[in-house]
Design a binder for this molecule. Sequence first.
Ligand SMILES: Cc1ncc(COP(=O)(O)O)c(C=O)c1O
Length: 422
Amino acid sequence: MQCLHYDKTSLYIEDVALTELANEFGTPLYVYSFKQLVSNFKRFDDAFGDYPHTLCYALKANSNPTILRSLARVGAGADVVSGGELFFALESGIPPEKIVFAGVGKRDIDIEAAIKIGIRGLNVESEMEYEVISDLAERLNRVAPVSLRINPDIDIYGHPYIATGRHGDKFGITGEAALRLINRIKNDDYCDLVGIHAHIGSQITEMAPYEKLAEYMADIARKALQAGHRLEYIDFGGGFGLDYKNAIEVNIDGQGSDDLVVEPQKIISTFINAVKDTEVPLIIEPGRALVANTGVLITEVLYLKQTGKTNIVIVDAGMTELIRPSLYAAHHEIVPLEIRDPGSMVVDVVGPICESSDFFAREREILNVGRGDYLAVLTAGAYGFSLSSTYNARPKSLELMVRGKRVKVIRERQSLDDLWVE
Ligand SMILES: Cc1ncc(COP(=O)(O)O)c(C=O)c1O
């Protein structure tokens, strides 16, 4: 992680030693870097040059209010998937005309709210959903701005749980269904076709799926334009993958770079080249790429033990704080906050939750650690806290934002009273 470095043997985020934060605030603890967040945003924004565009941050990756406000301030829009996320986006200061609404199961109440608020576009994910949106708009006597979420049947060659653009996945509509809707919406007084959308999956690490997507979307966009629709945007979704395995060099003065696997400039110019003759503005919806490498999860070693041939390190964070390893066998680097011993051991790093799937790493070589040491689970800023739970009656973690030397609590740790709700 670029925001992380070892100064001698201590791990720092920006100018703050993480051990000091763990001592002061306790663990488990999420810590984010403000500078990393803003520089991630700028890198994508700059990649568009002067081509008109909006970066609609996918709130699901991390919807901490301070993170959202920081992104709103630098000009981000929002990709939301629920009435709750729509509320968060508006509360954080993102204007309605920069908000797009996806999701296969939008409730009537959320569709009505989106229409009344005047968001940029509702991504239609089925023909039945289009009919519902049209009926609700008629009842409200408003015109709903709709966009077609296309499922182009493109594989991302990643974990099946985060692939969303293959036929058979629940997301979007086929190209044929899109052509049918392009014709139907022409005669609809209550819906305007304002966009074409796709999001083919997450943690994409190859160029080929983006190249196929660019061609596919350009073709549908042209057909929509030929049919007489005035498209306001072509939305290529998110999915930009990171190199989770190279988050930091674990040595004295080691630095890190869990950078994007494919340079954003390369992806964005592929999108622009495919559609620039249409002059339709572009949207992308990065989630992970904006926040993953801004955050670390700090945890304390509770016990070490051996069962069979397996050495196990038990820490005080678990799948309740970061479920990605359990859910998608995702890799997160794990390093000590203080390098005390250059020797290493091969261990399973597990949490305290009563599930065998509660682990951060299996058969992983890590530096030697003992009871009471702190560990950092790296690249944890996306789909970390936002997927966290209170299973086993565990209050949710505290979250901190570091900016230079400054430290700000950006969400208090939950108390047991917050959980004991009758
Ligand atoms: C519609 C949509 N857009 C954007 C994203 C963000 O994906 P990522 O975090 O991989 O960029 C998602 C993630 O699931 C999504 O469903």
